[in-house]
Design a protein around this ligand. Structure first.
Ligand SMILES: Cc1cc2nc3c(=O)[nH]c(=O)nc-3n(C[C@H](O)[C@H](O)[C@H](O)COP(=O)(O)OP(=O)(O)OC[C@H]3O[C@@H](n4cnc5c(N)ncnc54)[C@H](O)[C@@H]3O)c2cc1C
Length: 456
């Protein structure tokens, strides 16, 4: 990037919020994915006007722009693979409005999901989208990836809570979509189109969301299963009984053993699976639901069922699940957290196949799953410096995705495509779908400057 253009861009935000120091460029060259590439410039915008002015210059000069929240995505979505500008939205972090009467809120994209949840809870309300990374991830990043999380089964994903956006297009134009009305079917649903577009269509600078009443109570149940099949049968039976848990998570043997070796929580290492079930709602109705779930778990051959009596006990039961990714990540230098997703009835088969694929390719894989919605998280462990192992990991990953698609599933339930899965996209989208995707991209970003080198 020419020095004079760098100066022009830096002047938009001022010297405090622009950097091209090598150490800063390194920090903004990567995310949890293994690839990295340095940008030429990092800019921290704080207003829509600044974002628009930056995009106008970038458009004129055809400079790549990578919008970035907290950089926790797992698919290389914020690696500025073609250099240019990393546009950091993390300092646009104001909660602009919480309106309990209409149950809506307006936020800037850099607001951290957890902080937002704490604020709306003060009004007896809840913002349902809740990725496990909620203490770090931004609402803007959640919109960029259409984040899900453990509560998805009952409450849905980010897209289900979006009412409107302010977004800056590649040429600097400011687009407003939707609004505060809960019902709105005017025109194309541009809000939903931008959600999940991974920074390739627009830079989101304001987000209007729907809130719901915060459930008054919740209970957590942990169940051990000597056989994996029984745990998935239990998942199907719980859902079949008309119960919609707010969380239904599975950990396989590899993950259980790793967590137990690290944290000594007293988890059984001789079982094939542990299920965590959370239900929430009015306290009166919960006891009946818990009793029904306990019965179903026992009928499906759980060897032990533990029910939380207090929020502290529930928190303790969730510790294993919360620690799982970081514990697994410590076992080897690199971890790839995939998210192939299948119809829930095919969950057991998918887990079995994943374990088999790991064994066949001599690759270490543990499985976590948002079991209730068939969202598998194979944790693939490896050492990036070992080229042969990397090749085996790539082969295993491809096989996992092929298997998920063969079982009626998808490449990604919530993490997105980014860099990591771009090459697999044609396996899922046919020629027509690929063509429509490209046409949409071209119509709003004709020079291809927004997050280039990713899935489109
Ligand atoms: C331990 C761990 C657990 C996780 N658990 C979950 C989980 O349960 N569920 C889940 O869905 N994900 C999960 N994730 C993935 C990740 O945290 C989410 O995708 C999250 O929404 C990313 O937010 P972020 O602020 O880090 O966004 P980033 O990683 O910075 O960006 C993500 C994408 O959004 C785009 N983007 C960011 N801000 C904007 C903006 N303002 N305008 C336009 N585009 C933008 C970026 O260009 C990029 O394509 C997990 C990650 C980790 C590390």
């Amino acid at each position: 990037m020419h020095e004079s253009v760098k100066k022009e861009l830096a002047a938009i935000v001022g010297p405090e919020r622009a950097t091209s120091r090598p150490e800063d460029l390194v920090a903004y060259s990567l995310d949890p994915h293994i690839e990295e590439h340095r940008p030429d410039l990092v800019l921290f915008a704080v207003t829509t006007e600044e974002v628009s002015a930056i995009m106008k210059v970038a458009f004129r000069e055809e400079i790549p722009v990578t919008p970035r929240g907290s950089g926790t995505n797992l698919a290389g979505e914020v690696v500025p693979i073609m250099g240019g500008i990393v546009l950091a939205l993390s300092r646009m972090d104001r909660i602009l409005e919480i309106d309990p009467r209409n149950r809506i809120a307006r936020v800037q994209p850099g607001v951290i999901n957890y902080r937002f949840q704490q604020e709306v809870a003060k009004h007896g309300l809840m913002y349902a989208p809740h990725p496990s990374s909620w203490k770090v991830a931004t609402i803007g990043g959640n919109v960029g990836t259409n984040s899900g999380g453990p509560r998805t089964l009952k409450y849905g994903v980010t897209r289900d809570y979006l009412l409107g956006l302010t977004a800056v297009l590649a040429n600097g134009d400011v687009l407003k979509t939707g609004g505060k009305a809960i019902k709105n079917v005017t025109g194309y649903d541009l809000t939903r189109l931008i959600c999940g577009s991974e920074g390739t269509l627009a830079v989101v600078t304001e987000i209007t969301v729907r809130l719901i009443p915060k459930p008054k109570a919740s209970r957590t149940i942990m169940a051990n299963f000597p056989l994996l099949e029984d745990s998935s049968d239990a998942v199907a039976a719980i859902i079949g009984a008309g119960i919609v848990p707010s969380g239904l998570e599975l950990m396989d043997k590899v993950v259980i053993s790793a967590v137990e070796a690290d944290a000594r929580l007293g988890l059984p290492t001789d079982v094939e699976a542990i299920l965590l079930v959370e239900v929430d709602g009015d306290p009166e109705g919960l006891d009946l639901q818990v009793r029904t779930i306990e019965r179903i778990l026992m009928e499906n051959h759980s060897s032990r069922v533990l029910v939380s009596r207090t929020p502290e006990e529930a928190d303790k039961l969730w510790t294993a699940r919360r620690n799982a990714v970081s514990v697994m990540a410590r076992l080897r230098p690199n971890t790839s957290l995939e998210d192939a997703t299948v119809p829930v009835s095919n969950l057991t088969e998918m887990i079995r196949k994943t374990v088999e694929i790991g064994r066949k390719n001599n690759v270490q894989i543990g499985v976590l799953a948002h079991a209730g919605d068939g969202n598998l998280h194979p944790l693939v462990l490896f050492d990036q410096r070992d080229k042969d192992e990397v090749r085996r990991v790539e082969a295993a990953t491809e096989e996992i995705f092929r298997e998920a698609l063969a079982l009626g599933g998808t490449l990604s339930g919530e993490h997105g495509i980014g860099r990591a899965k771009a090459r697999f996209l044609p396996m899922e989208l046919d020629e027509v779908a690929m063509e429509v995707t490209k046409c949409i991209k071209k119509s709003v970003d004709p020079k291809g400057i927004l997050n280039p080198g990713k899935f489109v």
